[in-house]
Design a protein around this ligand. Structure first.
Ligand code: FAD
Ligand code: MLT
Ligand code: ZN
Length: 488
């Protein structure tokens, strides 16, 4: 494997395949491809190649394989685990130019999309046929369909439609040696052997370069109602979330923001949430539905305040269904705001959708994206700040996430926005594993969690993963620093 000086003959060959405009080696041009969205992971590369279609991707991979040059596939570079950037001088294969949306197949409710199509463009394309893509997330303007399959992205609608893997009904990819594998018919029933779409989903660029994806689409649910609910404790929010999941058939998203994250995003937005009270604001008081008076312990006063955003979506107005379910929660909810029109709904969503931006503006966090079993979720939310502070007393844990599917994002900032101690990651992820959770809910392993894979996966499983990797990429050229230890 070579990460040394790139042979000028290889650059000529690549230029012949994709054109001079799409082989970048000037450091000023390549730097943006070498640092990730969080700014935590940065490397350098001598070579960024931007193929325009599957045939060019195959020819590029064949040339890189012959020269034994390792390569990191990259889509929108919005990944949060350091898997999308070159860390030891790998070439970068930018897939953004594969951005063709083929016509929607309305008979099958499916569409085939180029790997570089952004999620926002995919949504707009499907919407023109009255259909929608089952996954949505805040990085929608940049995240690509190829990157989202490669990470098995989750987002805000997993509780309704599943994650990205569940949307894939066909895939086309280029293997490490330049071979093209293509299975895009999209037959709902198709038991003809291994499912390469499922295998590549979540493979983080280590098994193949995804070039086209056929996605199942869902009927649009244009009528929406959104509630922002404030709670005194995480346990109350978890109980309410479970009740909403059981009781609201049209439930579309169920997100959480906990005290410190809510304080930060509120400061970032320059406003406070319309319900609930931030601990630092002594002037706000809350109507207490239990007593009819004012609550003594507002969300945040004991560090346990929590907010849920619950969104119902349907073909017909779901506000009665959501409203009735919220009424049923009177014993748990401190206060609630419900919005129906898009602008008002967006004002509630801002307190969730802008948390990542707010944290990034405050510093460089360690992002620990985890899932807990429902029965341990509240215990984890209450316990994890102590786990963080016991490891790094100056660190600030910020919690939010997709509570409806058990996914908590534990973001940790060090003093003044610096990174916290590295040991924080290990302590939190060990705690997750002890409680029976997953150390990666939706962002993947990348390089960030490589050394903790053993917390969730047995020796036998890791050996099976390595055997699959060796079979498809014997020289270990594909994203060698992500997901699995580099091939020896
Ligand atoms: P990249 O970041 O470019 O790459 C991610 C991984 O996929 C890398 O390992 C890369 O090598 C590989 N890869 C990329 N393209 C290909 C390809 N064509 N073939 C093979 N491998 C490829 N994620 C969630 O799951 N849920 C969220 O709610 C969510 N919200 C986010 C909000 C913000 C503000 C941000 C910045 C990120 C968020 N993310 C979320 C993370 C990120 O958007 C997802 O991981 C997304 O799937 C990455 O897509 P991308 O195109 O940017 O991939
Ligand atoms: C989110 O849900 O907002 C994300 O996955 C991004 C993050 O963890 O910051
Ligand atoms: Zn998320």
């Amino acid at each position: 494997m070579s990460t040394g000086v790139i042979d000028p003959g290889l650059i000529d060959e690549l230029t012949g395949i994709v054109g001079a405009a799409h082989v970048l080696h000037d450091p000023e041009m390549t730097v943006g491809y070498s640092i990730d969205w969080t700014r935590r992971f940065a490397g350098a590369t001598q070579l960024v190649i931007r193929p325009g279609d599957t045939a060019e991707t195959a020819a590029v991979m064949s040339a890189l394989a012959a020269a034994q040059v390792p390569v990191v596939p990259q889509g929108g570079n919005t990944g949060l685990v350091g898997g999308s950037v070159p860390l030891v001088g790998e070439a970068v294969l930018s897939m953004r130019r594969l951005n063709i949306c083929e016509p929607v197949d309305e008979l099958a409710s499916q569409v085939t999309l180029g790997a570089g199509v952004t999620l926002a463009d995919a949504h707009a394309h499907a919407a023109a046929s009255g259909l929608s893509v089952g996954v949505d997330l805040a990085a929608r303007d940049s995240a690509t369909i190829g990157g989202m399959v490669a990470t098995n992205a989750g987002g805000i609608n997993v509780l309704r439609y599943g994650a990205m893997r569940a949307q894939v009904v066909g895939i086309e990819a280029v293997l490490a040696d330049g071979t093209v594998v293509s299975h895009l018919a999209g037959l709902e029933k198709d038991n003809t052997g291994y499912d390469l779409g499922s295998l590549l989903a979540g493979s983080e660029g280590t098994l193949g370069i995804i070039t086209r994806v056929r996605l199942r689409l869902h009927p649009t649910q244009p009528e929406r109602a959104t509630a922002l609910l404030a709670f005194e404790t995480a346990a109350d929010a978890v109980s309410a979330a479970a009740a909403l999941r059981r009781g609201v058939a049209s439930l579309h998203a169920l997100e959480a923001v906990f005290e410190e994250a809510m304080a930060l995003v509120s400061e970032h937005l320059g406003t406070t949430p319309p319900v609930g009270s931030l601990g630092s604001d002594p002037h706000r008081s809350l109507p207490d539905r239990r007593t009819g008076g004012t609550s003594d312990s507002a969300p945040g006063e004991d560090g346990g305040g929590a907010w849920l955003i619950a969104e119902a979506a349907a073909r017909t107005d779901p506000s009665d269904e959501l409203g009735a379910a919220v009424e049923e929660l009177a014993d748990l909810v401190v206060d609630a705001a419900v919005a129906l029109d898009p602008a008002a709904r967006q004002r509630l969503w801002a307190f969730r959708e802008n948390v990542t931006e707010a944290i990034s503006a405050a510093g460089i966090p360690h992002k620990l994206d985890v899932t807990l079993p429902a029965a341990r979720l509240a215990e984890f939310v209450d316990g994890v700040p102590d786990v963080v502070r016991a490891t790094d007393p100056d660190a600030q844990p910020l919690l939010f996430g997709h509570l409806g599917d058990g996914n908590v994002h534990v973001n940790v900032l060090g003093p003044g926005g610096a990174e916290p101690a590295d040991e924080v990651d290990d302590a939190v992820l060990r705690y997750v594993a002890e409680l029976g959770g997953s150390i990666s809910a939706e962002h993947g392993i990348g390089t960030a969690k490589l050394s903790q894979m053993h917390l969730n996966r047995s020796e036998a499983e890791l050996a099976a993963f390595s055997a699959i990797k060796r079979a498809l990429d014997p020289a270990g050229l594909l994203n060698p620093n992500a997901l699995l230890p580099p091939v020896a």
